[in-house]
Design a protein around this ligand. Sequence first.
Ligand SMILES: [Zn+2]
Length: 42
Amino acid sequence: MAHKYVGMPQWNIKGFLCGKCYSQKINEHYPGEHVRVSMDKK
Ligand SMILES: [Zn+2]
């Protein structure tokens, strides 16, 4: 799986994230509808 997303500085992540990890982090830090991605947990 390619890790090519750069995390937010406040996430304290060095390096890159794949789309899945990135979406997960987005959900952790910005719950709700801040960001829409193609992944839908429903
Ligand atoms: Zn990943």
